[in-house]
Write a protein of this length. Sequence first.
Length: 447
Amino acid sequence: MKFINLIKNIWKIEDLRGRLITTFLFVLVYRFGSYVILPGVDPDTLANLHAQTAGGLMALLDMFSGGAFSNASIFALGIMPYISASIIVQLLSIAIPYFQKLQKEGESGRQRMNQITRVLTVAILLFQCPSYLINLSAQVAQASGEHLAIGFNWFTIYSTIILTAGSMFVMWLGERITDRGVGNGISFIILIGIIARLPGALIQEFSSRLNDAGGGLIVFIAEIIILILVFAFAIMLVQGTRRIPVQYAKRVIGNKQYGGVRQYIPLKVNAANVMPIIFAQAIMFIPIAIVGFNTDGSSAFARAFMDNNGFWYNLVFAFLIIAFTYFYTAVIINPQQMAENLKMNNGFIPGVKPGKKTAEYIDSVMSRITLPGAILLSIIAILPAFARFFGVSMSFAQFYGGTSLLIMVGVVLDTLQQIESQLLMRHYDGFLDSGMHIKGRTGNVVY
């Protein structure tokens, strides 16, 4: 009954209803495009490409594109080139004064950085598209004995243009979802691709366990229970906060007294949310893009970093997650600004001097809570490798923690938080009756 009332409340709000419908329509366009195959490619010759993306890092790459990679779709390269370009631009903003200046210019600077990111995305796509086409030609040749004409010819030129335009269109869809829909559009696009693969992975694991002799169904139930526990732990990690007490000094203006109350600053244990996972995964896709998506003739060093069940891959992946967690937390949390805001509002942290000392205290607290949060985030990220060790199928193991689970948790909670805030603004009941409501990426607590 509560869920039905919640749907009715959402439908009553015209702006929220419009945003949800817009998001749904954009998602339909994205899913439709994932099945539109490149001109000149026979769908019946893609069996080897499907087999190539059934396991390993290629399976994860295919998941991020929502199956478009294995379908030789116009959206085959998906949103990852744009994310890679975003990483490069954000790293440049630390080292190069020009980008630092753009960051301080407000909206105009942000628009300029977005333009640079788009241009860099096109440059990355012009490099990755021929690599994808070479791999596609090799897989088609194994299935049909006919090679696609790869080289400086009409097929390569128009396929590169189509793949580049497809990825840029996916990027545009993500931006439109952010502006006119619900949630962060880029993350939402990735989420849709992941969810699209979940039913098939679940059915495949269930079927394989039924065929096992001696308690296969019990093992499957145990896997589901453990998956739910991991899911709950991921939610706790994403929503966990450390509260810093703040005291506001008393002020008497006329006959009224202001201040004198104690409040709290909520600092999230994982303030960066799922962005470190997405950034780290984009970096881990670089080796496979350099060797042309085909691991057969690659070196042992390259193969080690393309085996997502291997030791070196998971070690580097965990390290990158920890590093990006600190990096992204530093980008979105500004202790100096928080200290200045407290001082301007006549507030202070008990036992800490206002100003510089307050900023240093907030920074030290963030550093202490970010480290365990980053370590726990990296542990969840490499759980699929342990699941594979215990016999879980490749397709289902990707949801057993790892990038898929964390993105699902983070993006779903962030989207629900936006819907929740819209309901509460208009005095409708949210997802919870009372008490603490869903917390999104900002770390704010809504009562």
